[in-house]
Design a protein around this ligand. Structure first.
Ligand code: M6R
Length: 364
């Protein structure tokens, strides 16, 4: 049932404040600002590496998880696309563990990667949305996302719930490895507890997003740029746009611009830059200047501070509330989903059932 929404995707985008809140509450104690006491099939204090593997949007959640786990918990993370992982015969040392991420829990390549790890004898965990799935059943321990059924082929609420679980796991790992103090744990839990409220605010940006969507509906190619955790979001923005609007889109780490993609920039090319005012904001601003100097049309997705400090002309600036750096990827996922959604609606594509795609990819 779509309720009063035109598509399941729109409904699922709007459910995010609620499902993020449910998911976080499963892993965190908001009352006292601590990580909850949930079971793990391995000890974060004892492992030396974590191998993450997944497909599509779930893989991009894992990529953000890598940035978080390495930064806050000092845990080295290998991340692979499952279709690569299953065949590349990666060595898995005894003191490592595996984490698979899958909304459906039935994705063939992710399952094959899990079985590879099983043969290698390392502990297996999975972030899944469907608890009765094969991946859930074959894991030693699962971390459910409480997103509820996701019907739209384009993953939206499952993604932000996967990020919510990864953020909680990061705190769990950081605590076990002694890389954050109780005060820092409390501060980060408090920040996460605000995520649903920020997400609701982000949903109110429809007007400026629709304006950009009208522009995008006339173009053939779009480039997405971001640094740090905004780099996986750039990849996710491009994936979402191409899968439902059929516009060709590429996501790049902003620092890679001058290593190739800058050759594509001309007056026809919209460049979507995801850049909250963080530690490396100025670096992204210089990339935007390079785009502007070549006539590229910039859509900047930022916060209030970023909008004030990015002294350059944009086609549109989408301004989110100022949010703490740790929470930002969960919140910035929303405008990129909405942008893809509105573009597809304007173009009249089948938003919930895009051509050639299946919700669950159970064959190789
Ligand atoms: O069910 P899974 O999370 O394992 O699915 C993985 C991908 O097939 C999925 O995320 C796909 O990329 C989505 N259609 C993206 O919106």
């Amino acid at each position: 049932d779509k309720g009063n929404h035109r598509h399941f995707m729109e409904k699922e985008i709007h459910e995010q404040p609620e499902v993020i809140s449910h998911t976080l509450a499963n892993y965190l104690n908001f009352a006292d600002g601590t990580v909850a006491d949930f079971d793990l099939p391995f000890d974060f204090a004892k492992i030396e590496r974590l191998a993450i593997s997944a497909c599509g949007t779930a893989y991009l959640a894992g990529l953000i998880g890598k940035y978080w786990l390495e930064r806050y918990a000092r845990l080295p993370v290998d991340i692979d696309i499952a279709s690569e992982f299953r065949y590349r015969e990666m060595p898995l040392p005894k003191n490592s563990a595996a984490l698979f991420i899958s909304q459906s829990g039935e994705t063939a390549d992710t399952l094959a990667s899990l079985r590879y790890c099983r043969e290698e004898g390392i502990p297996i965990s999975a972030i899944v949305n469907v608890r009765e799935s094969t991946i859930a059943r074959e894991s030693d321990g699962i971390f459910p996302t409480l997103a509820g059924p996701e019907i739209g082929v384009a993953s939206t609420k499952a993604f932000t719930c996967q990020l919510s679980v990864l953020a909680a796991l990061t705190l769990k790992a950081a605590k076990a490895r002694g890389t954050i103090s109780p005060e820092e744990e409390q501060a980060l839990v408090r920040e996460l507890s605000e995520a649903p409220r920020y997400a609701s605010q982000a949903l109110k940006l429809s007007a400026s997003i629709e304006k950009v969507a009208r522009e995008l509906s006339h173009v053939r190619h779009v480039l997405y740029l971001g640094r740090d955790t905004n780099y996986p979001l750039a990849l996710e923005g491009a994936l979402k746009l191409k899968e439902i609007s059929y516009i060709h889109a590429e996501g790049y780490a902003a620092g890679e611009l001058k290593h190739g993609p800058i050759a594509l920039i001309d007056e026809q090319m919209p460049v979507i830059v995801i850049a909250p005012h963080d530690r490396i904001f100025e670096k992204t601003v210089s990339n935007m200047q390079e785009v502007a100097a070549r006539g590229g049309r910039i859509v900047l997705i930022t916060d209030e501070k970023g909008a004030q400090n990015a002294t350059l002309e944009t086609l549109e600036t989408i301004v989110l509330p100022d949010v703490p750096e740790f929470v930002a990827p969960i919140i910035y996922a929303l405008p990129i989903q909405m942008l893809a959604y509105h573009t597809a609606v304007i173009m009249g594509t089948d938003v919930d059932q895009p051509r050639n795609l299946a919700k669950s990819v159970t064959v190789e």
